[in-house]
Design a protein around this ligand. Structure first.
Ligand code: WTA
Length: 655
């Protein structure tokens, strides 16, 4: 395509060429659920030909129905309803259905606390705990549709609280236990929360953080919250407010462990989860019971090639969508053994993850690029101390993974034998949308490869048309899928406006992507992050990956800054692995990018920094860097920023 054409449709140039290809070993494929590209293609085509028939069959086979559904899909943009007339229950699918299938005495949950304490629950035991706590909820007057806010450490009780809500039809709103009192109060008020669940404290790097004290502050401003249940975890002193606050252990002591799951409409909301937009207040993303549960379960089985004896560890906190779909609902409703770890990856030492993998013989590991980049920086010696031979599948989620980090993960952690599933999805999509199926699809470092069955991605240029193969544009999804969000809590206009207006009839993801000549998808970053250099629109991740491929670089973030001649120029923020920031190194990095991807993508400025501003879930906040690079004051929501001191130092307050 000529340059002119590309500019007129407003699509995006690519400067990255990745030719490495990693097919699964024949042994892996033979034992896998989906064994070949042909088998994947067949499944994909079946789903594409008649999505409703495909999902109806899936739902009948893979969920328990108290009452069967009578209509598969009712769809009028932007409102989708799946499996109408049916009644099911996500807690039933995760527990009772597993017991009925003979898994009662199998391990459902392995847990390791940060101080080194641990716990194991079979499906029977987890079922009992969930029932007792569900009875507590009922005794406190919680009825289907009530919203319960959960602000807890990664303890088994966090999963128990979620499943107990699901059991009685309460809608949970899990708030990551690192958010401020202000953030909790905002979310509680937006959702009209009736009950708060928290713990006395939380262990983080050997210290105790006083969660209950934060909740006290939040509840002073949460008008609708009537009661607060407190789990004793860290033993720190807390103030219990008479008439409002109740101890978890007191409450469950009197409850029976029998509590039949409430049959719920397919479309009954299962949870809301707040996610920050780049502007405005956080949005309460609302998910359904049946469609969400089905999508989480099936994508879990496909993507991780889950087999009965796997020990599966997703390192995400339940405060994020990954923790909802791939710690709790997906794996448990597939009968998997899940591992939960409470604490920091570098406590008491930088080898904690590898120690845990060795101890529990973890076979599937699902983590985030931000963690992988930290491990690389901490050094190989921490990995080398441990036997990681139990691993067979590795997953990545949350951001694009730079090819260099991918290679390290593949070789150092996976011993060159474990397929990497780079999973692209969003809080809004409910589950994984694009990912390699590990036995079927050869991987390329940095690509999420192909869509899952039932997912129809389209790449659209600014002119509203599909872009040519190889070009980048807006990633949209063309047909409803069961796991899709059902709305933004209390704000149908924003739902319509944000996801359904720009490209009529399609779901707008907010990411850019391109498809390569093999049909593989490459995520190019957020639409807002595109850099326009002299009329060429470039994606952040490609320039960042070029920087990260230099041995001295640990992490890189690039953003646009205004430039009189070029329109926009590239500003790069770089953290180093071990080297000292010098003028030579700066020049060397500029030359390196030039050599790797060309002069056009060479940054105008490189700033060395000790750390980058990230969200609490580990994503680089390029929006803030953009403000800094152009010398503007910070705008928009910063409630998700992990460490405010990073901003001060980047603004040069210290220089
Ligand atoms: C980004 C996390 C590239 C993307 C499940 C998306 C990714 C946003 C990937 C959603 C990936 C997530 N490759 N980018 N494998 N996974 N993203 O809602 O920009 O926390 O839109 O959901 O993260 O983030 P969220």
């Amino acid at each position: 395509m000529s340059e002119q054409q590309s500019q007129s449709s407003g699509d995006i140039d690519t400067v990255m060429v990745e030719t490495r290809l990693f097919p699964p070993s024949p042994e892996f494929s033979q034992a896998a659920r989906i064994k070949s590209l042909e088998e994947y293609q067949e499944l994909y085509d079946t789903a594409a030909k008649d999505p409703e028939a495909f999902w109806a069959a899936e739902a009948r086979e893979h969920l328990h129905w108290f009452e069967p559904f009578t209509q598969t899909l009712q769809w009028e943009t932007p409102d989708a309803q799946w499996f109408l007339g049916g009644k099911t229950n996500a807690s039933y699918n995760c527990l009772d259905a597993q017991i009925a299938a003979g898994r009662g005495d199998r391990t459902a949950l392995l847990w390791e606390g940060e101080p080194g304490d641990s716990l194991k629950l079979t499906f029977n035991e987890l079922h009992r705990e969930v029932c007792r706590f569900a009875n507590v909820l009922k005794r406190l007057g919680i009825v289907p549709g009530d919203v319960v806010s959960i602000y807890m450490p990664m303890t088994p009780e966090l999963a128990i609280a979620m499943l107990a809500c699901a059991r009685v039809g309460a809608v949970h709103s899990v708030i990551f236990a690192g958010f401020s009192a202000e953030a909790i109060a905002d979310r509680n008020n937006d959702a009209g929360v009736k009950l708060q669940i928290t713990s006395d404290g939380l262990y983080r790097r050997g210290k105790v953080l006083p969660l209950k004290a934060t909740v006290d502050e939040a509840l002073a401003k949460s008008q609708t919250v009537e009661k607060c249940i407190v789990l004793r975890r860290a033993g720190n002193e807390v103030a219990m407010q008479e008439g409002r606050d109740l101890w978890w252990h007191d409450l469950i002591a009197q409850e029976s462990d029998d509590c039949p799951a409430t049959p719920l409409d397919s479309e009954a909301p299962l949870f809301i989860l707040y996610t920050s937009g780049s502007t405005g207040t956080p949005k309460g993303i609302r998910h359904s019971t049946a469609g969400y549960n089905l999508f989480a379960k099936r994508t879990f089985q496909w993507v991780f090639d889950h087999q009965e004896d796997d020990i599966y560890w997703c390192t995400a906190d339940c405060g994020w969508i990954t923790g909802h779909s791939y710690v709790v609902y997906g794996p448990l409703s597939a009968g998997a053994t899940i591992l939960m770890y409470e604490g920091a990856p570098n406590y008491p030492a930088e080898d904690r993850f590898w120690e845990i993998i060795e101890k529990y013989k973890v076979s599937i590991l699902y983590t985030a690029p931000t963690a992988i980049r930290a491990f690389i920086k901490w050094g190989d010696e921490h990995v080398d101390k441990h036997d990681l031979s139990s691993l067979r599948v590795l997953g990545s989620v949350g951001e694009g993974i730079n090819p260099e980090a991918w290679m390290w993960y593949y070789n150092k952690i996976g011993g060159g034998r474990c397929p990497i599933v780079d999973t692209w999805w969003q809080t809004e999509t409910g589950g994984i949308m694009m990912s390699p199926l590990p036995g079927a699809i050869a991987t390329k470092p940095g690509s999420c490869t192909k869509p899952l069955p039932g997912v129809v991605p389209k790449i659209i240029g600014e002119d509203g048309q599909e872009v040519a193969r190889g070009r980048g544009g807006m990633l949209c999804i063309d047909h409803p899928w069961p796991g899709m969000l059902r709305g933004i809590w209390g704000d149908p206009e924003r739902f319509q406006e944000q996801y359904w207006s720009k490209v009529p009839g399609m779901y707008l993801t907010g990411d850019n992507a391109r498809q390569d000549s093999d049909g593989y998808y490459w995520i190019m970053g957020r639409i807002d992050d595109v850099i326009n250099v002299s009329g060429h629109r470039l994606s952040t991740i490609e320039v960042e990956s070029a920087l990260v491929s230099h041995p001295a670089v640990a992490e890189a973030a690039v953003v646009a800054k205004p430039d009189e001649i070029k329109g926009q120029a590239i500003a790069a923020f770089v953290t180093l692995r071990v080297a000292e920031p010098t003028e030579e190194l700066r020049k060397e990095l500029l030359m390196h990018v030039r050599k790797e991807i060309g002069a056009l993508a060479q940054p105008d400025a490189i700033r060395f920094t000790n750390s980058l501003p990230k969200t609490r879930s580990g994503k680089i906040m390029r929006r803030l860097l953009r403000d800094i690079a152009s010398g503007k004051a910070q705008t928009g929501d910063t409630s998700t920023l992990e460490d405010y001191s990073v901003l001060a130092s980047l603004r040069g307050d210290e220089e």
